[in-house]
Structure formats: C-alpha cells, structure tokens
Design a protein around this ligand. Structure first.
Ligand code: BGC
Length: 787
C-alpha cells in the first residue's frame, strides 16, 4: 500500500493525539481547523466561479457570496472540446481565489451524465469519460499552477440528485472502471489534484465515505493519490469508519464531536493511531502547500481594501460608475465572454439563416433575451460581477451593421398567462426578416438537489417558438439550458438553432457575437440530444427505487448505447456546425507499440471565414471477451484555420483507447485483434477509417474450472496438454459404444459438439474418472499468466 506521507517523518508527530484528530475535521463551515502551528485555510465552492461566503454560510446556494466571475459552466466547457478553455478558466479562478483568500476551490465535478435528467448535469462535462477527463485535467493543472488546490468531485457514481445522500449506486466493476471512475483516474494520475471529494451516495451498498476499496485501494493504492480525501459537506456518517476507509478531512466543521469519537476509538484500541497521524499529515501538507492563497489575501486585502475604496470613490466621482472590484474584474469578464463563444453549439443552420445579415430587420423575443439564464442553482451558484444582457449586445451589433431590432418579451415566467405577450411577438414577427427566439429552461427547473422529470421546454417557450416560426420569414432559436432538452415539438419549424447551454456571465455578449458572425461557432455536443426521454439508455433505471439505482446499461452510456443499438437520435454526440466548412482527409495510422498508435489527419478550412474544427477519432473493435460499444472516442483535438489553410494534426491513441476492464484479471487488458480507427464528424458519422492489428497484451484468457472446455482448449499451454487427454476420453467413450463412425468423427477435438465445448471444465473433470487432474490443469495456466 502506497502511503503518500510517511508517519515517521511527519511534523504532526509532535502533536498530541487530540490535536492530530482535530486537524481531521473542519474548523468552521468553510475552513480547516487551526491547530498548534498549523494554520487554517479556506475552502470555497467552484467549479465555474468562486463562491466565497463571508456570512450566512450554506452549501445550497441560498445565501450571499462575494462577487466573482461566473465563467462558462462545465456543460459549456464540455461542448468546447478544448482543454485550453478549461485551462484558462482554471488559471483565472486561481487568481480570483488568491484575491479572495481561498486556498482550495471545490471542483471540478467529473461525474458522467448517465441520465439526461440529472439535476446537476450543468456542473458536469460530458457523457464521455475521455472528454471529461481531458478537460478536467487541464482545469486542475492550471488552477493548481496558480497556487490554489482543486477538489475533484464527487467520488464516485454520484450521477443523480434524487436521494443523492442515501441512494446506493449498484454498478458492476467494468462499468465503474471504464465509465464512472475513468475521469477521476485520468485527473488523479495526470494532474494530481490536491484533494478528492468523496460523494454522499453508496456504491454497491457502502457509503463512499466509508468505502475503503474506493478511497484507499483504488484511489491511493492503484492511482497513487497523495492528497487529501475530503468529504462532501455532511457525507460522513461514522467518523471512525470513514477514517479507516481513508477519508482524511470531514467537512464542514466545527467538529468537536467527531474529534472526540476519533480520540475515544484510539484510546479504546478500536482505531490505529497511525491512521490518525497519516491523515493529519496529509491535511497538514495540504495546508502548508496552499496556505499562501489565504494568507496573501489577508495581507493584500487589508492594504487593498482602502486603496480600492479610494479608487472606487474617485471613479464614481468622475463617471458615476462604482468601481468596487479588483483589476481582474473587467479582464475576467472579457475572458468569460471570449471563452463562452467557443462553447455554444450551432445545431442547425438551414439556408444560411445565420449569421444575421447587415441591413435586416430583426425581432428578438423571449424573456431570456433580457433576463439571461447563464448558470444553475445550488452550491455552485456564483454572485456574478457583471451580467451581459443578450438584447443589449444584439442592439449594439445591429447598430454597427445597419440592422433594426424590435423586441417583444413573448413569455412571462412569473406564472401569469403569456398569451398576450406571445400574440404581440407573433404580430411583430410577420414583418421582420428574421425572428430570434430566446428559449430554455428556467432556474427552478434544474438545480442541485433534484433531478428533472422530463426533457421538454416549458409549454410557453414551445408555443412562442411554434407561433413565431409559423409567421416569420426566418426563425432562429437560441437555447439556454443546463441539461439537454428535446427539440422535437418544433425542430422542423425553425431555420437555425444555437445551443448555448449555460455560458456564464458573458453569455449575452457571446451569443450576440455568434449570431452576427463576429465569432464563429465551434462547439460540439458533449452529450447526445435524444429524440425522446424513453430512448435514453438509463430510462428504465433512473432514478432507481427503494434506495437502489441499478446501472443496468453498463458501459453503454450516452452515444455508446445509441451507436451500438443503432437507435436514431436528434443530434449525436460530437455534432456541431460552423460558418465555414472543413475537410478532414488522409487518415494515416502508425503503430507505436503493441497497444498504441499515432494517427495523422489533414484538416483544411474549405470555406470563407476563419473557424475552429474538432478532429474526432473513435475506436471500434470486437476484440476480447467482453461486449464492446460500436465505437468509443479515442482521441480529439481542436484546430483553428484561416480560409484555405490546411494543417496536419497528430493524435495519439494510447493503451487506454483500446483497453477494456477485465473482471477476471482485475486489470486493464488490451486484447489481441483488429481495431478500426475511425475519423468521424460525430459519434454516428464515419468519414473514413483504417484498421490496425494489435498484438495487445498477448495474454490468453484467464481460466478457472468454471471456464468452458472450448476456452481451455484455446489456451496455448493448457489446451495443448488437454487435447490428447480429451481425445483419449472421447475415443474410449465411443469405443465402449462400439461406434466406429463416432470415433472417427469425434477424436478431432476441434469438432467437439457445442454441448461439450460449452460445458464448464469442472463438469468434464467430474466425468473424466480421474484422467483430468484439476490442480495440474490450473498449474498449466500460471506460468503463462505471469509472463
Ligand atoms: C455539494 C458539493 C459542494 C458542497 C459544499 C454539497 O452539497 O454536493 O458539490 O462542494 O456541498 O458546498
């Protein structure tokens, strides 16, 4: 077992047992305990903005928090398919944390979008573990390079809000490893997050906070995690059991009771004192490493508050605009806008309805055009420093391109009847060149704490889109929603759909830039848009019943399901349009080892404006003894090209792109066989493909006496030894029956009837009358396994 901090060398050895135990619970709601010379540090919610609460603490997004930039949410960053977007957000967040005095920012969340109904899907990146892991790694690396610790959450299989604090996620190990743990594994091994936050739920009946297999065997032992395991707020039920399982820091504090329980357990011999010291060491190590963010802020704030107040007063006196925040505010607002333009996905654009053209008359309708929806509810709720209003940004661009803008609210979500507002919008839509309808989900429809029950837009939003599009010459729909919505009620009635998801505080400007072509859409769907809720892979098993949710879809999550069963969807994973066009050609693949390849692709911008394209490579195989998805994302990259420009890009498909989790070996295995490398426009459109034959790990199947006779015969060593024994047995049996024809036919073991071939070896051992010695047989497999 890998212990990241040796108890013998730890500075906490000088602490009394009670003091060491006191380090293991928060000192307050948002801070660690100050013990002896170990100072307290501040933790605050992220992931897309700093939610620092100085008073009225809560973890539900209810009370006020300090102003901070609300960057595009993970749902949007997922659609960027660009790790540089995640990286820039991470770096900017670090700067805000340092300014505000936050040492650990709680995020990013890398749970997989198992169901489109998940109430926190806006806080997660994707239905795909690779995309999720790559983006989250970039976020964590940049945040930590800026001197602030990350908290990778929610570990693990915490993919729903219904009964989130008590539900048992019942999931097989292959599914866990390949889908739900995979992003955590990537981020832990690539980016070494300072902390990992264990989730509220149980996994196969055991609370994550008490799950030794999860927190110690897998996280520390197999992945080499050396940081602090922190509980989700209130996820600890039994402090002693959780400590034994590997949970270092129980939050929130203060935690005198829990400290007392730990001390009592050691005193009565129920808990090993070295476990307390080990955890105290890693907590002290975290504090030591990241205290500077808290301390620097205390100093800076003390000096700067006065300086900033004077500057704010001067600015107010000069131009009437209070300038209350630090310098980064304007810079980060601009960054939030710029990054948001990379995240929106142009789903549909018939007849070049977008970008909007100069000299046109535009109707903007929908209340989200003036009250933008740009973030979700709950613990991640950020008190944004500034909010761009889409209508205002559109009006600015319109003025510059000689367009006329009309506005009709169209919908009233306060509960009043919307029909008059809608009628006014329809009347206005008759005379304009294009109607731009802002629609989406409302704040109350999606939040931490509960799941959605359907995927539809509200009836008011649907009615507005349908009625306006029935009279307007052209209709463009702009969507703002955290979880995916179905488009079926109106999809065919409109010309263009720009899906913004939740783009953060710069959303209004970003959407306007995209509508006018000042920015070119380059987002791609990080999750499938289904035709119906009933088509989604977890439909029959979400959100579970009687305290259990069965992950019965197994590894077939998201596009893996739709592609494997060939079910139609509205828009596949990876889909997204641009104002330019791209060609991806000349796919070449070179093997770099028995289980890895490098692929090369030429990308050309064949249109007339600069744009970014996402090159997507998928792997398709049936190699190995397990059911594989029709294809899985193996590598991707985003490339920017001017019109006419070409670039050759190289993408590495590493071992993991080909491996499956083998439950017999309890290991990742690359099976020998043929693997198609598919260059795709999205998960369902293959543009070109090529195949490689990989030697893989060269391991024969792991055998037990439950393995069938055919599997034993295929084993290179055991099969060779077994063949003469089996031939003799068959000959003797046939001879006894004096059936010379059967003797002739059956002595060749390759012709064994299925009934024998598929029989477990243990049965054959039983009827062999001692001719087959099971122990000797098993010994024959060990040398080969080890090699
Ligand atoms: C959430 C976490 C959050 C914590 C602190 C919990 O309820 O699940 O994501 O970081 O509260 O606010």
């Amino acid at each position: 077992m890998h212990l990241p901090v040796s108890p013998d060398e730890s500075p906490v050895n000088d602490l009394s047992l009670r003091d060491a135990a006191a380090l293991l619970t928060g000192g307050a709601f948002w801070s660690t305990a100050q013990v002896g010379t170990v100072p307290s540090i501040v933790l605050a919610d992220g992931p897309h903005g700093v939610r620092l609460q100085k008073q009225g603490t809560d973890h539900l997004g209810l009370h006020h928090s300090e102003p901070a930039t609300c960057f595009p949410l993970a749902v949007a960053v997922g659609s960027s398919w660009n790790p540089q977007v995640a990286e820039q957000i991470g770096a900017a967040l670090a700067r805000e944390c340092r300014e505000l005095g936050v040492s650990v920012l709680l995020g990013p969340g890398v749970n997989i979008k198992r169901s489109a109904l998940g109430g926190r899907n806006f806080e997660y990146y994707s239905e795909d573990p690779l995309l999720t892991g790559v983006l989250a790694s970039a976020h964590v690396k940049a945040l930590q390079a800026g001197g602030v610790g990350a908290s990778l959450k929610h570990f693990a299989a915490n993919d729903q809000e219904t009964d989130r604090m008590i539900i048992s996620s019942d999931v097989d190990e292959r599914t866990l490893r390949e889908i739900h743990l995979a992003p955590f594994e990537r981020v832990v091994t690539e980016a070494q997050p300072a902390t990992v936050m264990c989730s509220y739920n149980k996994i196969n009946g055991v609370y994550s906070s008490e799950n030794r297999w999860l927190l110690t065997d897998v996280l520390r032992g197999q992945w080499g995690f050396g940081g602090v395991v922190v509980s989700d707020w209130g996820a600890v039920h039994n402090r002693v059991r959780s400590l034994e399982a590997g949970l270092d820091l129980a939050m929130p504090g203060p935690g005198d009771l829990s400290t007392g329980a730990v001390v009592a357990a050691v005193d009565s011999g129920l808990l090993d004192d070295t476990l307390v010291r080990r955890s105290a060491s890693v907590v002290a190590g975290l504090v030591q490493k990241y205290a500077a963010a808290s301390t620097a802020a205390q100093n800076v704030t003390a000096q700067n508050v006065t300086a900033q107040t004077v500057a704010a007063e001067e600015a107010t006196a000069q131009n009437g605009t209070p300038q209350e925040y630090a310098d980064y505010v304007a810079e980060h607002h601009q960054l939030a806008r710029d990054l948001a333009t990379e995240c929106a996905v142009l789903l549909k654009n018939d007849n070049h309805a977008l970008p909007l053209t100069p000299n046109s008359t535009i109707l903007v309708t929908g209340e989200l055009a003036v009250s933008p929806r740009f973030q979700g509810g709950g613990s991640s709720y950020v008190n944004a420093t500034q909010i761009d209003v889409p209508l205002h940004a559109i009006e600015e661009h319109a003025a510059a391109s000689n367009c006329t803008v009309l506005f009709e609210r169209g919908v009233d979500s306060s509960g009043d009847d919307s029909s008059q507002l809608r009628a006014a919008a329809v009347a206005a839509a008759k005379d304009v060149d294009v109607a731009v309808v802002f629609a989406g989900t409302l704040e109350a429809e999606e939040s931490e704490g509960y799941d959605r029950t359907h995927l539809d837009l509200s009836t008011d939003h649907v009615a507005l889109i349908k009625d306006v599009s029935s009279v307007a010459r052209r209709t463009v729909v702009v969507l703002s929603n955290g979880g995916v919505v179905t488009l079926e009620a109106w999809h065919d009635d409109v010309d263009a759909i720009l899906e913004g998801f939740l783009l953060g505080q710069g959303s209004g400007q970003a959407l306007a830039d995209l509508l006018f072509g000042i920015a070119n859409p380059s987002g791609r769907l990080a999750e499938t848009i289904p035709l119906r809720l009933e088509d989604t892979p977890s439909y029959l098993n979400f959100p579970g019943e009687q305290g259990h949710v069965r992950y019965a879809e197994g590894v077939m999550v998201g596009y893996r399901h739709y592609e494997t069963v060939q079910a139609p969807v509205r828009y596949p994973f990876g889909h997204g349009l641009s104002y330019t066009t791209f060609d991806t050609t000349d796919l070449h693949v070179t093997e770099t080892g028995p289980d890895s390849v490098i692929a090369q692709v030429t990308v050309t911008n064949t249109g007339s404006v600069t744009g970014k394209h996402v090159v997507q490579l998928y792997v398709s195989t049936q190699a190995g003894p397990v059911r594989r998805a029709a294809r899985t994302l193996g590598a991707f990259t985003k490339v920017e090209l001017a019109p006419g420009q070409s670039k050759v890009v190289h993408l590495e498909l590493d071992r993991r792109a080909f491996a499956y989790w083998d439950i017999d070996r309890a290991a990742w295995v690359v099976a020998e066989g043929s693997y198609a490398i598919q260059l795709c426009a999205n998960s369902s459109t293959v543009l070109s493909e090529t195949s490689v034959n990989l030697a893989g790990d060269g391991l024969p199947a792991a055998l037990s006496l439950q393995s069938n006779v055919g599997e034993w015969l295929a084993h290179p060593v055991a099969g060779a030894a077994l063949t003469p024994l089996l031939t003799a047995l068959i000959s003797q049996a046939a001879a006894r029956e004096d059936d010379s024809a059967q003797v002739a036919a059956a002595v060749n073991v390759s012709d064994l009837p299925d009934m024998v071939r598929l029989m477990p070896m243990i049965q054959l051992v039983g009827v062999s009358g001692g001719a087959i010695d099971p122990d000797k047989l098993l010994q024959l497999t060990t040398g080969v396994e080890a090699s």
